[in-house]
Design a protein around this ligand. Structure first.
Ligand code: MN
Length: 244
């Protein structure tokens, strides 16, 4: 699938997302993979595998699970440009408006000879070597959830366990921060009028993120004021000393 679907959905004069160059080969060894935690109208995790110069993409509402007993629904979405793999930013408006966090990244290796054939068949086995996700996995097509429905399942190995990895390791592998740190200095002015999510779980989560961002911003301002005041005091003392 070329990037037309990706581009058609977005206005790059308004979105900070990369338009992407076609069929780009990455210079590094190994195939790239990433997971982007995306707080938009709904919280979800975008699972992406480099293949043929693009990132094959699935939206996983509950995020990947390293517990082999837990099958996670994954809706295949439009291919994304390779450049998207490093993206971590606020999308202020338009398609996908919200906050994108680079939740995991690394390399992947197919455990099949022919990836295209495996995708057609609806059974892609592979290995991940990320910071959080490792070992053997499978994406299998399911007849639930329309024609784009897949299940992401961890195979039983040394990297599997009864741990909720999304809760256990919630932060960015790029910046080390949380959603409010990505919102950063723009908070809380951003989305004063038109929030990407209002009601429901995502709306509540976004409200909390913006509140935390505002608190951090106020904390930074207070710190800066304290430092300025401390500097003034030191200067005054120095002046007084000189006079003596
Ligand atoms: Mn998304």
């Amino acid at each position: 699938m070329p990037l037309e679907h990706y581009r058609a959905k977005r206005d790059f004069t308004k979105s900070p997302e990369p338009a992407g160059s076609p069929r780009r080969r990455r210079p590094s060894k190994g195939l790239f993979f990433c997971v982007q935690k995306h707080l938009a109208s709904h919280l979800h995790y975008d699972f992406r595998l480099e293949h043929d110069g693009v990132l094959l993409s699935w939206a996983v509402p509950k995020g990947p699970s390293i517990d082999p007993a837990v099958k996670r629904f994954a809706a295949q979405v439009e291919d994304h440009p390779i450049e998207y793999g490093d993206f971590e930013e606020v999308i202020p408006e338009g398609y996908g408006a919200g906050i994108v966090m680079l939740w995991d990244r690394g390399t992947w290796e197919p455990e099949v000879d022919d990836v295209d054939a495996a995708l057609r068949k609806g059974d892609l086995k592979f290995r991940l070597n990320g910071y959080k996700l490792k070992g053997s996995w499978v994406l299998v097509r399911t007849r639930f959830g329309g024609s784009n429905g897949w299940l992401l399942i961890k195979h039983r190995d040394a990297w599997a366990g009864p741990i909720d990895i999304a809760t256990f390791a919630p932060l960015s592998v790029k910046s080390g921060g949380d959603f409010e740190d990505i919102v950063g200095a723009e908070a809380p002015a951003i989305w004063e009028s038109k929030r990407p999510a209002r009601g429901g779980v995502a709306g509540k989560l976004l409200a909390e993120v913006l509140e935390r961002a505002a608190r951090k911003k106020a904390g930074r301002a207070a710190n800066a004021a304290r430092k300025t005041a401390a500097k003034k005091t030191t200067t005054r003392k120095r002046v007084a000393k000189k006079k003596r």
